[in-house]
Ligand binder design. Structure first.
Ligand SMILES: [Zn+2]
Length: 155
């Protein structure tokens, strides 16, 4: 049975590792994509790992090579986890570009995509700065602040 997450619990370890990766984006002034994996069970996505895939990154673009994604998926699968979310940075504003929607790594129903502005120079939890999207019925929908608060809990 496919379980669609209706709640995300993000561990402190994942938050601190993600913040570390975001600083790399800021330092290099390039977009950067981070993946989150975890266990989905009974509607809860327990986010347990943050990953920085090998990627081509530039000020306005990132791309993860297929072989890297394949290898990473294998590692994650062997941990008993799956990719549940992607987090990526933008040079300025946080939004979901057409490219972001088309090439999103997460294609899981209910999957999460978080866009951080200013090359990662904003806390993940900042709903006024970051933009949260959820993949439902084949498309990415932006979540309102109350929706994010209901869906995602940071530890
Ligand atoms: Zn983007």
């Amino acid at each position: 049975m496919i379980s669609i997450p209706v709640a995300y619990h993000v561990s402190r370890k994942v938050v601190s590792e993600t913040n570390g990766f975001l600083r790399l984006s800021l330092r290099a002034q390039t977009e950067l994509a981070i993946l989150w994996s975890g266990v989905v069970k009974d509607g809860l996505a327990d986010v347990m790992s943050a990953w920085l895939p090998r990627q081509y990154a530039s000020p306005g673009f990132f791309a993860i090579p297929g072989d890297e994604l394949f290898a990473l998926n294998k590692t994650i699968y062997e941990l008993g986890e799956q990719i549940v979310a992607q987090v990526h940075t933008h040079p300025t504003l946080a939004f979901h570009s057409e490219t972001d929607s088309e090439f999103a790594v997460t294609a899981m129903e209910g999957g999460l995509s978080i866009v951080i502005p200013d090359f990662g120079d904003a806390p993940l939890e900042s709903l006024s700065k970051c933009a949260y999207f959820r993949f439902m019925s084949g498309r990415w929908n932006r979540l309102s602040h109350p929706e994010v608060k209901r869906l995602v809990r940071y530890y």
